[in-house]
Structures are given as C-alpha cells and as structure tokens.
Design a binder for this molecule. Structure first.
Ligand code: MN
Length: 481
C-alpha cells in the first residue's frame, strides 16, 4: 500500500490537502495495527481501497480522509470509541469527524427482515438529507466489501449480497452513479442467484468474445468515417453490458438472448452535443438503423438524468449492433452521477446539469418530505414507492420535466409542479386533449393543468393519485377546510 495510489488520483489539490491525506493514512495505519480482514490481509487494505474509490470519484479531500478513517471508531473497543472520535476531530477537524460519525451510525444496523430493510432505508435517507457524502463513503465501503465477499464466512455471504441488491445498488442508481450500481449488482449476482448466474455466464461467454473481435473491426471503420467527416472524437470503445442488468433484461424478453442486441455495444464519446448528432448521422449513413430502436436521451433525459443517444443498426455483415453516443460530460455524469458534481465545482466550472442537478433536486425533495414526516413506517413505505418505483417523465407546457412514478395522474403532476396548482386543479389537457383527472400519464406526455381559484381538492382524488406526496398534500388541504 502506497498512499500515492490515492493522492495520484486527485489533481489540483494543494500540498496541505495532500499532507492531510498522508496524515490520515498513518493515523488509520496506527489504529488498525494488528487487525485482519477475513481474507487474512491487514485491515488497512480496506479503508485504503475505500479512499481510493472516493479519490477516483474526484470527491473532496475531507471525504477521502473520512474514507481512510471510517472504521477507526467502529472497530474500537466500546470504552475507547469516544476518545478516538475526539482525537479525529482534534487532528482533522469537525467536518471529517462529522463524516466519520455519520458513516459509523449508518453501519449499526441490528434489526432483521422487513424491519431491518426499513431501518436501513430510514438511515440512508436521513443521511442523504443531511450530507450525501456520508452515503458516498458507505457506498465505497460496500463496494470493497463486495469485492472481498468470497473471503467472508459462507453463511453471511448471501445476506450481504441480497442487501446490496435491495438497498445499495438502487441507491447508487438513484444518485445517478451508473458505474457503481453496475459493479455492486454484478458482484452480488453470483451470491444472490448462483444458479441463474452460472446459466447466464455459460450462455453469453462465447457470444461476448466473438462480439468483441467483431466490434474491433467496426470500430476501425467508424473511426475512419468520423475522421473523414472531421468530427473530433474523444473515444470509441466497446462496452460490455453488466451481467446483472442483462439478466434483468432477459426476464423481460422471455429469456431469449437473441432478442437482446446490446450484450456488447460501441460507445462513442465526443466533445459536444452537435457532434453527438453528427456522429449519429455518420452511423446511420454507414448502416441502416432498426426502426423503433433510436432513443434520444439527450433531448429526453431518463428520469435519473441519464443522457445519451442509443441506436441499433444492421452493422457490418448485417450483424445487429447497438451504439451509444454522448459527450464527455454526459459520460462522466453517467458513470459518477452525484459525485461528478464535485469535479465541476472543484475546477471552478459551472455546476453540472443532467444527472447531477436531477439528483440534487431529488435530495432536496427528500429533505422536504423528511421535515413533514416523523420518520414513521408509513413515511418509509411512501419513500419506497415514490423513490424506487419505475419512473416516467412528463413535460409542462414550458418544457420542464416532472419526474413521476408509473401510473401517476394529472393530479400527481399538478402537485409536483406546485402545491397551489394541485389545490386548485380543475381539469387537465394531455398532449393538447382534454382528459379526466384520473387519466394515467405516459412517458413523454405533455400535461397542462387548468386552474380555477374557487376549485378545492376532493376526497375522491385520494382514490386515484399515485404519489404519496400528492396524498399528503390533499389530506392537509381537506383538513384545513
Ligand atoms: Mn468499512
């Protein structure tokens, strides 16, 4: 272990920040002295790996330091815990001490079954609302624990893997961290569903190898054409689809692998949005696109903010192949999500949009809900529905996007735009046609709410609204009457 493996990952930090990271490394080394991981390695390997992950996400220096120190209190004997906490604060300041304590608290999860799940969720959401960096450290911690799961006693493995699929992976996804989500899922998959995992690997391995050789040829041809067209390219790379997401997709396609074309896809990263469309033009000029397979997530971002153009074409030798086209910034955000936020603020650039502003908006929303609730079981159930269910996005007449759960109605939409619009909602137009307030909105709909000052919420709305946010606002208005 060399602390330079951490500090080399972060650029543009002052020498005092680098010195602080080195100091934290020695501090962790001292307190974990003699402790071992299940694998028999020195314990320090673990916080070291966590800090490396956080540095790789370009997070701020205090978060990296807290990553190095995150188990110093947790692994201490009870009577020493308080003293260690104080020592961390003295040596590294309040912010680091706060982060370490937050991570420690998030680690003490004792309940079982459904209770444990809800308890986990509650802690996660409270932490996100307070300081999302605590959760980012927990996610990096979980990543390394998953990477070393095979050394853990067998009877614990499945539980940890299931928990990862249930809580940590969706959470990473919701924070826009696609890369981390994919890694967590793929690491958990063989432990949670060993039979299904082995069957799938047998099925795809050969296909994957063949496709990689094939894509090298496609890549060569494509690079030539992009060069001719004078489109500056940042990178063109074959991207192997995450195994677990492939498994999920297969379930939607009756387990027919032939219906899935993106086992491996080609990803084109360019400088700006204009070049994305220009590159799309080149791909379509070279190879005929499959109808209905062009998805423009640049113009219409996914609910979590994901942006890219996807297209599937009859490629070289007529082989069906998927392409993904995006800018460097979109690529960064798709991989790192909320963590990309720090990249941009650190370099003094404007705040990142897309996935990041989406995530930040989501966090602001959680904060608001949390203020309104008392942390009851009902509140948690609501969060599960509002946050993790399938999402659709619906446009306002001015082109803003409202993120809603599947099956949401114009009344849900109205409340999310503004509670006053919800409270005085008298009718709705969807795609310029009058519809009922119970109408199920679809992805990409444009919705306009007709408002009447005299109109008040009706009790009957409670029977069809989908979001708990709308429900709570309607109840509040009814009580006032
Ligand atoms: Mn840990």
């Amino acid at each position: 272990m060399d602390v330079r493996d951490i500090t080399e990952k972060i650029k543009q930090r002052s020498s005092s920040e680098i010195a602080a990271i080195e100091k934290a490394f020695r501090f962790a080394e001292k307190y974990h002295e003699g402790e071992l991981r299940y694998s028999g390695e020195p314990y320090l390997v673990h916080p070291f790996a966590v800090a490396q992950t956080l540095a790789g996400m370009h997070l701020d220096t205090n978060t990296i330091i807290a990553g190095l120190l995150h188990d110093v209190c947790e692994s201490a004997p009870e009577e020493e815990k308080e003293a260690r906490k104080k020592e961390i604060e003295k040596q590294f300041g309040k912010d680091v001490a706060f982060l370490v304590e937050g991570v420690t608290k998030l680690g003490k999860l004792r309940a079982h079954g459904e209770e444990r799940y809800l308890e986990n969720m509650r802690k996660m959401f409270l932490s996100i609302a307070q300081d999302v960096r605590v959760v980012l450290i927990r996610l990096a911690d979980r990543l390394h624990n998953m990477q070393t799961l095979s050394a853990v006693p067998q009877h614990k493995q499945k539980r940890i893997a299931d928990e990862t699929l249930e809580i940590y992976a969706p959470l990473a996804g919701r924070l826009g961290m696609g890369k981390l989500r994919g890694s967590l899922e793929d690491l958990a998959f063989p432990f949670s569903y060993p039979k299904e995992y082995n069957a799938l690997i047998d099925q795809i391995e050969e296909r994957r190898k063949r496709k990689e050789v094939y894509l090298a040829k496609v890549k060569y041809k494509l690079n030539e054409e992009l060069k001719k067209a004078k489109i500056p390219v940042v990178s063109v790379n074959a991207r192997v689809k995450h195994v677990f997401s492939l498994y999920r997709k297969l379930q939607l396609h009756n387990n027919n692998l032939d219906e899935i074309y993106d086992v491996v896809a080609l990803r084109i990263v360019v400088k700006n949005i204009e070049d994305c469309y220009a590159a799309l033009g080149i791909v379509h000029k070279l190879w005929r696109p499959l109808p209905g397979r062009i998805k423009d997530y640049i113009a219409l971002p996914k609910p979590n903010g994901y942006q890219s153009i996807h297209t599937t074409v009859f490629c070289l030798d007529g082989e069906i192949t998927e392409f993904q086209i995006r800018t460097e910034k979109m690529h960064d955000e798709a991989e790192h999500g909320i963590a990309a936020h720090w990249i941009y603020t650190h370099q003094g650039k404007p705040k990142a949009g897309g996935a990041v502003s989406k995530s930040l908006k989501w966090i602001a929303q959680i904060r608001e809900w949390q203020k309104e609730s008392d942390g009851t079981k009902e509140f948690l159930e609501n969060l599960k529905i509002d946050v993790f269910k399938n999402r659709i996005f619906v446009f306002t007449p001015t082109g803003d996007v409202i993120d809603l759960p599947d099956g949401a109605t114009p009344v849900d939409f109205a409340y999310l735009v503004h509670s006053e619009i919800g409270n005085h909602c008298a009718g709705a137009k969807v795609n310029d046609k009058m519809t009922s307030l119970e109408h199920h909105l679809k992805n990409g709909d444009k919705c306009e709410i007709l408002v009447q000052k005299s109109k008040k919420p009706s009790r009957s709305w409670l029977s069809f609204v989908k979001t708990n946010y709308a429900k709570s606002k309607i109840r509040a208005a009814l009580e006032k009457k």
